[in-house]
Design a binder for this molecule. Structure first.
Ligand code: FE2
Length: 131
């Protein structure tokens, strides 16, 4: 039996990037707050067209030793040049990036997932200390 977890890819290709980038310090501030920037294709841009784009990035927090991850945020990218005039003729393209302000009281792992409408599900993770 296959699982959804087995469909997430972590290794990327040379010509196009899909793995979500988690950009934040490895430790929160003294108040437990950390600003987490999320994007896809930091070094090599991913296409953003009606036919091929990033739909969403989600962020989870897995507390160290905890039984289950918490969903922290969901960034939806809903405009990709669609219009009544046809594909890529629209005025708006949501950029596949954003930031989340998060307060933590325990150390653990940030896990980001992303979805490309052509190339599927991707994931990455980063350890973080609290306080
Ligand atoms: Fe893609």
């Amino acid at each position: 039996m296959s699982t959804i977890g087995g469909l997430y890819k972590q290794a990327d290709w040379k010509s196009e990037k899909h793995v979500p980038v988690i950009d934040c310090p490895s430790q929160t501030g003294a108040d437990g707050v950390v600003e987490v920037k999320l994007c896809v294709g930091k070094e090599i841009a991913h296409p953003n067209t009606t036919e091929h784009h990033i739909r969403w990035i989600r962020l989870y927090f897995q507390p160290q030793g905890g039984p289950a991850p918490y969903e922290v945020a969901s960034l939806e990218f809903n405009a990709h040049g669609e219009s009544a005039g046809g594909a890529n003729a629209g005025p708006a393209y949501t950029q596949h990036q954003g930031s989340v302000s998060l307060k933590l009281s325990q150390p653990g792992t940030l896990i980001a997932t992303s979805y490309c409408n052509i190339h599927g599900l991707w994931e990455s993770s980063k350890e973080i200390k609290a306080g």
